[in-house]
Design a protein around this ligand. Structure first.
Ligand code: NAD
Length: 438
């Protein structure tokens, strides 16, 4: 089967590469000439473990290609996926559908034979019907169906998530479109991965409800962590004990500096907005959005305390700025709140991140970049662990403490313990939801 994939970002590129690995002929389209040039030269524009090898394998096999020309990509395709961005619209929290609708119009103008237009982007309930209207208006003679196929992959583990999904969600309006979707995902059907086939609105809602639920779970444990600090409990033990309950589960129960990334912040806002628009507010999600901001602010308070009340004149080493490990994605990362607070408060900030520099250089003005965490900590007054990259999970803390002017640590991912820090010679250590200081 021939498939066109519009958008070669984190979702479009991974999906396109994986579909080609299923054996389909896939043409990936992007408007960004830099991305297409890189892809044509065999380079991956994003950092996603394993993607370069899988991409090279399928290009070599002649199943995967890249172009800026949408018309040639959809020529002969039975399905075209829309995997463009749906960022937060400025001002009202709604998902910005400009890119989705522009892609729908372009498809309509270029298509002549029956095809299924599949929305993979995360879009508000009702968007697939809107896509259908837009296409029908732009090309009234075109025979087509729409399908909703939200994506659940996680950056950093995207290929495995795509190839071994917990489930695939497909929203359709008729059997013909359902059959095309079944053909596309046949390798997963054959391996017994669950496929939820439903209507368009339910498919759209599943994605937002799932992301909002996960954001709520993270925020819940972050608030419990704040209370743990007050009452002398240890949130690591609390989440372990909670997570062993099969009804709760241990995933997304790690306390930290607040959720970030390309999905949770924008999807919680969009869901809250959808609720308001339908006079059915999702108050719990509205509260989660607010509490997550409080969590980030609380992190700044912790750092301020560790700097004796002021960042002015202090040197701070920050380890990790991407929103999580194994990605170069900086969108809505907690570092974008925390690092500017340090710089704005007069601190000299040195940053170390295995993949964050390319994006981070533009987003975090006024900091210097180091490749080596120990160099970043040289004569520093405070060490902040902000993203738990493997590279920062087994630091030689003794060496680190010796390098620093005042060995103090804010471990915002609970990688180490007070005992580890004390043994290594740190004079102060604070983490999340555990007794702080030495
Ligand atoms: P992204 O910003 O990384 O990529 C979007 C790409 O689409 C860009 O390369 C852009 O140039 C291209 N594009 C925009 N309009 C185009 C057009 N008309 N024609 C061709 N190319 C066009 O976005 P992303 O992170 O891949 O997210 C895409 C969608 O998937 C979003 O709705 C997001 O919410 C959803 N999603 C993302 C993730 C994730 O982990 N990033 C996970 C699940 C779902």
């Amino acid at each position: 089967m021939k498939i066109a994939m519009i958008g070669t970002g984190y979702v479009g590129l991974v999906s396109g590469v994986c579909f080609s690995d299923f054996g389909h002929e896939v043409v990936c389209v992007d408007k960004d000439p830099r991305k297409i040039e890189m892809l044509e030269a065999g380079q991956v524009p994003i950092y996603e473990p394993g993607l370069d090898a899988l991409m090279a394998k399928n290009v070599e096999a002649g199943r995967l290609s890249f172009t800026m020309d949408l018309a040639s990509a959809i020529d002969g395709a039975q399905a075209v996926f829309i995997a463009v961005g749906t960022p937060t619209r400025r001002g009202d929290g709604h998902a910005d559908l400009t890119y989705v609708m522009a892609a729908a119009e372009e498809i309509a103008k270029a298509a002549s034979d029956y095809l299924v237009i599949v929305t993979k982007s995360t879009v508000p309930v009702g968007t697939n019907r809107q896509v259908k209207q837009t296409v029908a208006k732009a090309n009234p003679s075109l025979e087509f169906d729409v399908a909703s196929n939200p994506e659940f992959l996680r950056e950093g583990a995207a290929i495995d998530d795509f190839m071994k999904p917990d489930r695939v969600v497909v929203g359709v309006q008729n059997d013909r479109a359902a059959q095309v979707m079944e053909d596309i995902y046949r390798p997963l059907y054959l391996r017994d991965f669950p496929i939820v086939t439903t209507d368009l609105e339910s498919a759209e809602m599943i994605k937002y409800a799932a992301n909002a639920f996960l954001a709520t779970k993270i925020t819940f444990i972050n608030e419990i962590a704040a209370l743990c600090e007050k009452v002398g409990a240890d949130v690591k033990s609390v989440s372990k004990g909670m997570g062993m309950d099969g009804r709760i589960g241990n995933k997304f129960l790690h306390a930290g500096p607040g959720y970030g990334g390309s999905c949770f912040p924008k999807d919680t806002k969009a869901l809250a907005r959808i609720g308001q628009e339908h006079a059915s507010p999702i108050s719990i999600v509205e509260t989660v959005i607010k509490v997550n901001e409080d969590v980030k602010r609380r992190m700044i308070d912790k750092l301020t305390d560790l700097c004796d009340g002021s960042f002015n004149g202090k040197t701070v080493a920050v380890l990790g700025v991407t929103f999580k490990p194994n990605t170069d994605d900086m969108r809505d990362a907690p570092s974008l709140t925390i690092v500017p607070a340090l710089v704005g408060g007069g601190a000299k900030v040195r940053v170390c991140d295995p993949q964050g520099k390319r994006e981070g250089e533009h987003l975090l003005p006024g900091v210097s970049w180091e490749e080596d965490p120990y160099k970043a900590a040289h004569k520093a007054d405070l060490l902040v662990i902000l993203t738990e990259w493997n590279e920062f999970r087994a630091l030689d803390l003794k060496k680190m403490a010796r390098k620093m002017e005042t060995p103090r640590m804010a471990d915002l991912r609970n990688v180490y313990s007070k005992r580890d820090a004390r043994r290594a010679g740190f004079e102060a250590y604070d983490s999340i939801g555990r007794e702080g200081y030495l």
